[in-house]
Ligand binder design. Structure first.
Ligand code: ADQ
Length: 460
């Protein structure tokens, strides 16, 4: 713990969340690969994680949890509305995801974005040791690198963008485009999920800022920035171990029995987000049943959707659309006690999730645009027996690595319908050939490899 941290992670949310136990509150480490990947690195040295605790108002005092020193940054109610729900999730999120919903450019959201970025940057600059390292994460904090650089020119600064970086024609719309690019240029290394993201960024910097050079050495204000692809991944060993634990195997058998042992299970697992193409997969499934090319005797669809950003209108609308599809398809095709769609709108434990992955014959991952999509990699990591078919959108970052999946264009409903049919009928030998190839890819680059590679480049 200290104001002398060799390594500082900065992200919008802390890696912990507050839970109520009896009458008091306690902290629990949040699930997810990022914390797990960084833990081994952080524990070796004095560290601090700077982030928001997840509720508005005064921030709690800094505290340690499982070897990580958490430094909460406060956000007021107005800042949650303007910085987080507004600029981050109604301007940047849709703009960076191919504008699948129109991005909203509101001037009253911009200044809170600047102010909150400064608060995070000042906190990081205060706690980092001389010549230490700061690693900033994601689209909420794109101005922070340059702000930290100004306060602490002695430290190494890394930035990783978890979502796509958009092409010129889209990014150029943003009224604050130069400020955002210059904010990112404060970093020594900027990581993107794909090479395309890095290319888009470099082209935009050359066009809208005074930076010049290439991806390996983009020069701006006398400082050099490297922009490259660091595709994020999952903790493969953990998924394999879970998949083979007796408890998960038992649960998987229970699911299979409940859903009908002879039926193929089609699975979708997503945050309930309009970028994930959940609605489009319902349409394809509905049309497949209508055409008679698949029947209730042959297959069943399970969709698990984790509640997300429920205060933003577009998310509430999506929830209603999804629920309408579920009602419509079940109304049209269900037999008593045997619905064609099972819909769970909640978060599942890791064991339940892995049991479902293990049970699924076909995994549908159909985003319109996605930085990486870890669900696709988690499914592959779980399939230790090389069974199962992954249907994957070509617009997910993971499609660049998982080329042996059945790749689909999520805007093409006919294509998706026929791919789903192919997936349901794929012989075991072909499943195995494809799954083996994909498993090799995820094993070669797991989440620890991702974190280590980024740090190595940052210290080079
Ligand atoms: P997300 O948009 O959240 O992440 P994704 O990569 O799919 O998307 O990660 C979702 C995570 O939530 C997965 O680990 C999954 O297991 C978990 N999850 C989903 N539904 C769940 C449920 N019902 N119960 C429990 N867990 C559930 C952003 C970017 C992605 C990028 C990641 C990491 O949008 O493109 O891959 O960051 O960089």
């Amino acid at each position: 713990m200290s104001k002398n941290s060799k390594i500082v992670i900065v992200s919008n949310r802390l890696p912990v969340h507050r839970v109520k136990r009896n009458r008091s509150y306690a902290w629990e480490t949040s699930p997810g690969g990022l914390v797990a990947a960084l833990k081994p690195i952080l524990r070796q040295q004095p560290n601090t994680w700077v982030g928001w605790a997840g509720y508005p108002g005064a921030a709690p005092k800094p505290f340690e949890q499982e070897g990580i020193f958490n430094w909460p940054v406060p956000l007021s109610k107005d800042e949650v509305e303007n910085f987080y729900e507004g600029f981050s999730n109604r301007t940047l999120w849709p703009l960076y995801h191919d504008a699948v919903r129109p991005p909203e450019y509101r001037r009253r959201w911009w200044w809170p974005y600047v102010h909150v970025n400064r608060r995070f940057a000042e906190t990081a600059a205060e706690v980092v040791a001389r010549n230490g390292t700061v690693w900033v994460h994601d689209y909420h904090l794109q101005l922070a690198p340059a702000m930290i650089r100004q306060l602490r020119p002695d430290v190494r600064i890394g930035f990783f963008l978890h979502i796509p970086f958009p092409p010129q024609e889209l990014f150029a719309q943003m009224p604050w485009r130069r400020r955002v690019l210059e904010g990112l240029l404060g970093s020594d290394v900027i990581g993107f999920q794909t090479r395309l993201g890095a290319q888009n960024f470099v082209r935009l910097c050359r066009r809208f800022t005074d930076a010049h050079g290439t991806r390996d050495a983009l020069e701006f204000n006398g400082q050099v920035t490297k922009a490259a692809a660091y595709p994020i991944s999952v903790d493969v060993r953990r998924f394999e171990e879970l998949a083979e634990s007796p408890q998960v195997i038992r649960r998987c058998e229970e699911f299979r029995e409940k859903l009908g042992a002879s039926r193929k299970i089609i699975l979708g697992v997503d945050r309930l987000d309009y970028t994930k193409g959940i609605d489009i997969r319902f349409r394809a499934y509905q049309e497949l049943l209508r055409s008679g090319k698949a029947s209730l005797d042959q297959c069943v669809l399970v969709q698990v959707a984790i509640p997300s950003r429920e205060r933003v209108d577009a998310y509430r609308e999506l929830k209603a659309v999804v629920e309408q599809y579920v009602g419509e398809i079940n109304g049209e095709f269900a037999e008593l006690g045997r619905p064609p769609v099972h819909y769970l709108h909640r978060s599942l434990s890791a064991e339940e999730l892995v049991a479902l992955y293990r049970a699924a014959d076909v995994m549908l991952v159909t985003p319109f645009r996605d930085g990486m999509n870890l669900v696709a990699k988690e499914y592959v990591a779980t399939k230790t027996d090389n069974s199962g078919v992954l249907v994957l959108s070509e617009f997910a970052g993971s499609a660049k690595e998982l080329t042996s999946a059945l790749l689909v264009n999520p805007h093409d409903i006919d294509g998706l319908e026929s791919t789903l049919q192919t997936a349901l009928n794929m012989p075991r030998s072909e499943q195995s050939r494809r799954m083996r190839a994909m498993r090799r890819v995820v094993k070669r680059n797991d989440v620890f490899n991702w974190a280590n590679t980024f740090f190595e480049d940052l210290s080079a």
